[in-house]
Ligand binder design. Structure first.
Ligand SMILES: Nc1ncnc2c1ncn2[C@@H]1O[C@H](COP(=O)(O)OP(=O)(O)O)[C@@H](O)[C@H]1O
Ligand SMILES: [Mg+2]
Length: 165
């Protein structure tokens, strides 16, 4: 596991189950107000990871992919929402603002955004970026990049919980 610097972590997941577990480890550490952006081609493992995030976060229903709607909301027992937005069909940040991105980001709860590159110009600077890449049939490359002090802290906690040290 190369630690490139305090803001960046790279590792390999060797199975879908491991990706679910990694997602759950991050999900259980997400706090209200947190933003996680997920990039990666079709089949890279975004939905698998997000399903794990939902488990760890404590969503009352399983988290799936928002294929036909832009945003899915998942509640947990304390009433907080995990929001999952898929920007694949958006063409600009302006379109994201038009569908209420600002209010979504201001609402209590945590936010996951797929295809953030579609709306980069309106995303908050401070966020956790996850870049997933296909390695072979069973392996996926992970690159986590923390932007801002909150996310450096989150990344450090995740690293300790996952890899020790
Ligand atoms: N290490 C791995 N992590 C995640 N998914 C994997 C892994 N190895 C194989 N897979 C498979 O790759 C596919 C990933 O699909 P999915 O999570 O829907 O990707 P995306 O949402 O990025 O299109 C699933 O069929 C999953 O079983
Ligand atoms: Mg998907």
């Amino acid at each position: 596991m190369p630690i490139l610097d305090a803001r960046t972590l790279e590792f390999i997941s060797h199975s879908p189950e491991q990706t679910l577990r990694l997602g759950a480890r991050l999900g259980e550490r997400l706090a209200s107000g947190d933003l996680l952006c997920l990039s990666g081609e079709l089949g890279a493992g975004k939905t698998t990871f997000v399903t794990g995030v939902g488990r760890g976060w404590g969503a009352l229903e399983p988290v799936t992919s928002p294929t036909f709607v832009l945003v899915n909301e998942y509640r947990r027992a304390d009433g907080l929402c995990l929001r999952h937005m898929d920007c694949y069909r958006l063409n600009s940040g302006g379109e994201a603002m038009a569908v209420g991105l600002e209010d979504l980001l201001d609402s209590p709860g945590a936010m996951l955004i797929e295809w953030p590159e579609r709306i980069l110009e309106v995303l908050p600077r401070e966020r956790l970026n996850l870049k997933l890449s296909w390695v072979n049939d069973s392996k996926r490359g992970f690159r986590l990049e923390a932007e801002g002090a909150r996310y450096e802290h989150l990344l450090t906690e995740f690293r300790h919980a996952t890899f020790g040290g």
